[in-house]
Design a protein around this ligand. Sequence first.
Ligand code: B12
Length: 215
Amino acid sequence: MSEALLTDLRDAIVNLDESRARELASEGVGQGVDPLDMIQHGIRAALDLVGERFSAGTVFLPELMLAAKAADAAVAALEPELLKRGTRGKTLGKVLLATVEGDLHDIGKNILALLMRSAGFEIVDIGVDKTSEMILDAAKKNAVDLIGLSALLTTTMPRMREFIELLEESGLRDRFKVIVGGAPVTQEFADSIGADGYGADGAAGVAVARRSLGT
Ligand code: B12
């Protein structure tokens, strides 16, 4: 039963049980449960719950880190299936992904990278805590078509606006499409900073990237 599996997967992450999370994600693949459902209703739902408990002061940083490890293990177990489902031999464009300066959150960005790869994009993932200058350098060096920026902290969201300002100052605003995302980011915020697109989750990120590049 996929409902039961999704609940068990969520509980395994909430209970910080890395090996159970990995096992359930694999079992889900074996049972034909949609990996996107497992990401959205198992993994992300669990991390939202852990985040709420962290805000409420009932769990602390070590638990947050263990939950992240369990989530990473579950995502890794889904990776082969997601890539298998993907389009092969077709490149939709080259995409640079980064989490902005001051921000170490990368689970969502890594999921986006996986879904984009599976959809047929070539991904250059430069990791977390990247300054605007580092992102622009990498975009130029790799000649990407689109840049996807992730932020999970309200305090790091302004780095996205600064990146677009840097593109404008460098005369490169028309050279690269920019899409943004991460839990605190909204369509309204994306519009306010002049981004080309926003995606609320990985699947929406793929769709908005395709739309931005007209593929
Ligand atoms: C796991 C986690 C951590 C882990 C991160 C591990 C890692 N490798 O990523 C650790 C323990 C390191 C951590 C640290 C901290 N965290 Co933290 N963390 C979380 C938590 C619980 C889950 C985040 C997550 O992975 N979600 C699951 C993924 C799948 O969702 P997602 O990231 O939103 O990504 C999806 C979409 O947003 C979208 N997307 C994401 N990026 C992009 C990009 C583009 C271009 C597009 C189109 C789409 C897109 O697609 C993704 C897939 O569907 C959140 C709570 C929450 N509800 O978000 C808090 C949370 C983000 N953390 C928080 C805080 C406060 C911190 C710390 C400051 C804690 C501390 N006191 O040290 C530090 C900051 C470290 C730093 N400098 O970055 C707060 C932020 C509050 C705020 N107002 O900003 C939150 C909201 C918890 C809370 N409720 O208080 N954290």
